[in-house]
Design a protein around this ligand. Structure first.
Ligand SMILES: Nc1ncnc2c1ncn2[C@@H]1O[C@H](COP(=O)(O)OP(=O)(O)OP(=O)(O)O)[C@@H](O)[C@H]1O
Ligand SMILES: C[C@H](N)[C@H](N)CCCCCC(=O)O
Ligand SMILES: [Mg+2]
Length: 220
């Protein structure tokens, strides 16, 4: 089996990395070679002369295929900003080609490649392209992580609409309770189940100590 997934979310900070790690864990437990990719990361610290993000560290910990940092994360920026702004500050223009090359290399080494997007589905990458264009260029089925909190219904439905508008397949969605005190959790979940045009692959409640090894996903 060779399979890639593009992981998007209803916003930044909703658990895309967390669920990407859960997916990687799910596949490595079944004996597959699985690797995470973070095409663009912002909010990095310098380690041995390279910019390293926590996202990349976590994806590396969850996967079981070693790959060069440049391949796993072609673009890395220090400030925690929208990527096109962080890139402009250091005179860089993000291009899709190096990302596609990295993805191709990872697909040769692994059975499963989990590509984590940046923030929500339409975060700009440069003056003319955004992460939706990246997902299209990669041609991958999309998994939407819904950060369960007030406001997520609108964000989830808009995102599903944008995914369909790009001709991409929404392979499924995952409910991740980022707000431990969310009111009417069950009713919100049901509202999504009734309206999102894809299968719910998992419902994960808020954890005092988050651990992606404890996530249960219905992914084949
Ligand atoms: N179910 C959960 N319970 C408790 N904490 C969680 C849960 N899911 C995620 N978190 C925590 O929330 C924070 C944000 O999650 P994560 O980094 O995966 O978001 P993200 O969507 O990848 O953000 P970014 O847009 O910055 O890449 C992390 O500290 C993560 O450990
Ligand atoms: C730095 C942060 N953790 C994310 N990776 C970047 C999120 C960019 C969001 C841009 C936006 O939609 O306004
Ligand atoms: Mg992340």
């Amino acid at each position: 089996m060779k399979q890639g997934f593009f992981i998007t979310g209803t916003d930044t900070g909703v658990g895309k990395t967390f669920m990407s790690c859960a997916l990687l864990h799910h596949f490595t437990q079944q004996g597959y070679r699985a690797v995470g990719m973070k095409p663009v990361s912002a909010g990095c610290r310098e380690v041995d002369g390279a910019w390293l993000s926590e996202d990349v560290e976590q994806l590396q910990a969850a996967g079981n295929v070693g790959a060069p940092l440049q391949t796993v994360n072609p673009y890395a920026f220090e400030p925690p900003l929208a990527p096109h702004i962080a890139a402009a500050q250091v005179g860089v223009e993000i291009a899709l080609d190096p990302i596609l090359q990295g993805f191709k290399a990872l697909m040769q080494q692994a059975d499963i490649v989990v590509v984590e997007g940046v923030g929500g589905f339409r975060v700009p990458l440069n003056a003319t392209q955004d992460t939706a264009d990246l997902a299209v260029a990669l041609g991958l089925p999309v998994i939407l992580v819904v950060g369960m909190r007030l406001g997520c219904l609108n964000h989830a439905l808009l995102t599903a609409e944008a995914i369909a508008a790009r001709g991409l397949q929404l392979a499924g969605w995952i409910a991740n309770q980022v707000d431990p005190d969310m009111l009417a959790f069950e009713e919100n979940l049901e509202s999504l189940q009734q309206r999102l045009p894809a299968e719910c692959l998992g419902i994960h409640l808020h954890q005092a100590v988050p651990d992606w090894r404890e996530v249960n996903l219905k992914v084949r």
